[in-house]
Design a binder for this molecule. Sequence first.
Ligand SMILES: Cc1cc2nc3c(=O)[nH]c(=O)nc-3n(C[C@H](O)[C@H](O)[C@H](O)COP(=O)(O)OP(=O)(O)OC[C@H]3O[C@@H](n4cnc5c(N)ncnc54)[C@H](O)[C@@H]3O)c2cc1C
Length: 365
Amino acid sequence: MTIAQEFRLSGIALPKDAGSMLDEICEHFIEHAEVQRSEDLALLRSELGTAIIRVQERTLLIELTCLSEEALQTSRTIIAEHLFYFAGEDPLELTWSDPAKLALLPNIHEVTVVSAEDVTPRMRRVRFTCADVTPFIGGDMHVRLLVPPRGRAPVWPGLREDGRVAWPEGDDELLVRVYTIRGVDVERGELWIDFLQHPAPGAKTPGADFARDTQPGEKVALLGPGGGRLPAAQSILLAGDESALPAIARIAEEAPPGTRLQAIIEVLDEAEEQPLSSPCSLEVRWLHRKSYPVGVRGILAEEAKQAIASMDRQSFVWFAGERDDVRSVRAFLKGRGQDRKNMYVAWYWERDPAQDIRPERRGRA
Ligand SMILES: Cc1cc2nc3c(=O)[nH]c(=O)nc-3n(C[C@H](O)[C@H](O)[C@H](O)COP(=O)(O)OP(=O)(O)OC[C@H]3O[C@@H](n4cnc5c(N)ncnc54)[C@H](O)[C@@H]3O)c2cc1C
């Protein structure tokens, strides 16, 4: 029997309040990892490896164990980014037994735009060439798209000593948005992303605009892939809006034959429907937002809950979309006692409350 090599790293964080920081870590990571919590200790287990985080006096002691150096670096960055995010404006010190020293992130891929075309009136597909597409096959589906300022040579991020990403600043600042790798063509060395064109009156939409304006030859980078592994189950409900449609379409294409798939997808209108192919039995129901009564929200979440109620608890529930819909579905699944192993529920975008205010009410206290 061969024993896999383990890569380890330990860190010490000094936040303002170690106990509440541990609470925040557990509350957040329960969506992404298996979390076991006792009084002063948390064990987080994911496909990357394990993190043991212990409160000791005013500090958090962190022990990371992974099966590869790359997974270890990625875990460190995830933990570091989250600790600083949770600390907000409060001071936080974070040091590691072996400080991070990479000039370039280990999972960054520079890619070149090959083409951009409309799949439907509001969904634009951008194809990229990539020197090595193998990390994007199977497994994780999501990436951070990094777009440098137009007309400037790109400066890609490295790592700070504390493990956080050292983002280029000032004139080199990057646009960063999360997307799904919709498909990969190994022979051509290409991959593609479907970008929803979502006009937001009064707000900029830089991610969507990149897809609208890009030209062949433009160089951008993809950070990842990470998260959103294809679920393994005999029966899967896939539900979401247009932001989730690329992921739903890819899961349907790549699910193993024999899987029973049911999809509920909310789009603006009939013109936004896309043919979905799958080697599995696939039943798709499209919801058209244009047909909803004015001001009514939450229909996708209600439809998903109805579908979930008629499924057994061994079926996998996959739901992604706007934050409020996601919260509503998550609460329903929790109330139903659905095992976390049998669900993926994630918000892909957040409605700007300012967009909800009618013009005549803007500016009122
Ligand atoms: C894991 C993951 C995977 C994702 N995959 C995809 C994908 O493959 N394709 C894709 O198009 N999106 C995807 N998204 C969603 C995408 O990251 C967001 O929609 C993002 O906000 C778009 O950036 P933007 O610069 O266009 O708009 P932003 O600058 O982020 O937002 C501008 C305004 O647009 C509104 N807005 C943002 N997204 C939407 C939306 N979907 N519908 C309506 N209004 C919106 C915001 O509320 C805000 O008012 C994914 C998100 C996650 C977390």
